[in-house]
Design a protein around this ligand. Structure first.
Ligand code: KIV
Length: 310
């Protein structure tokens, strides 16, 4: 099957299913976003915004802000669970963090990330675990890392009825095979490979692609070539959308900050100062005051003392 009919086929299936659901007819700003909205945004040149979130309060904030896509990323392992990298993250952890995000969200599309070794052993394993995040977790789609070598797996998950977000370029789960956390696609051969990865995933039925840490010129060529949206992280401004890790852009993860991150706020310092002030208040007997206390009537206290023999 050639590329175009396959993409158009999935576009039509999803558009039809989604449009026939209860949200159809409502303006985008007021309803849950659909996969067909992202394809339309690409066609109309409207940028897609995406960010990670891993908890109920984080998801409430980013959804209220108007983000289009929330990724419950396996970056969870580093920014929330304190692992060195994403390798140790388990399906149980991903599921536990996907559920509260899904409960919080009204508008954004929620992507559940398949962790390392949850889809690499067999297609059956991949479809089963995609089903766990989609069915039990309530995610609207799943993401997995890899290019041409994962095309069969992507096709199998899509065939099972689960939308798949691809992820190519720098793929952190297999970074050691790529020579570490390095920009990918700088040589002609490497660039050709990343380009072919994009085409293969589109052909396999992925509905969107993350392009991580590749030259912006290569990202622009891929974005022009594929009909599905590209979402960049360290891939320049010509992608159809952008994604960042929430903790990176609000200054909550301080171990390192990649070059492609723009830091919009420092929410670490105010929280640190707040906790220090609380400690000082408790130690200095300035908290709690009457304002934060409950009281009993004087007579009731006397009666209680008597009853307790005090
Ligand atoms: O897990 C994650 O947060 C990701 C983003 C870096 C795209 O995969």
């Amino acid at each position: 099957m050639s590329i175009e009919p396959r993409v158009l086929f999935w576009y039509k299936v999803w558009s039809k299913n989604e449009r026939e659901s209860t949200v159809s007819g409502q303006p985008e700003a007021m309803r849950k976003l659909l996969i067909s909205d992202f394809l339309q945004m690409k066609q109309e040149g409207r940028k897609i915004t995406m960010i990670t979130a891993y908890s109920y309060p984080q998801a409430l904030i980013v959804d209220e802000a108007g983000i289009d896509i929330i990724l419950v990323g396996d970056s969870l392992g580093m920014v929330e669970l304190g692992y060195r990298d994403t390798i140790p993250v388990t399906m149980e952890e991903m599921l536990a963090h996907t559920k509260p995000v899904v409960r919080a969200v009204k508008r954004a599309h929620v992507v559940g990330d398949l962790p390392f070794m949850s889809y690499n052993i067999s297609m059956e394993q991949a479809v089963t675990n995609a089903g766990v995040l989609y069915k039990d977790g309530g995610a609207d789609s799943v993401k997995l890392e890899g290019g041409q070598e994962m095309a069969g797996t992507v096709a199998a998950i899509v065939k099972a009825g689960i939308p798949v977000f691809g992820h190519i370029g720098l793929t952190p789960q297999t970074a050691s095979l790529l020579g570490g956390f390095k920009v990918q696609g700088k040589s002609i051969d490497q660039a050709r490979k990343v380009f072919d990865d994009a085409v293969a995933l589109e052909e396999a039925g992925a509905f969107a692609l993350i392009l991580e840490a590749i030259p912006r010129e290569l990202a622009a060529l891929i974005t022009e070539r594929v009909r599905i949206p590209t979402v960049g992280i360290g891939a320049g401004m010509q992608c159809d959308g952008q994604v960042l890790v929430l903790h990176d852009m609000v200054g909550l993860f301080r171990r390192f900050t990649p070059k492609f991150v723009k830091v919009y706020a420092d929410v670490y310092t105010p929280q640190l100062e707040a906790v220090k002030a609380y400690i000082a208040d408790v130690q200095g007997r300035r908290f709690p005051t009457d304002e934060h206390s409950f009281t009993m009537k004087k007579e009731a206290v006397q009666e209680l003392r008597k009853a307790l023999g005090l």
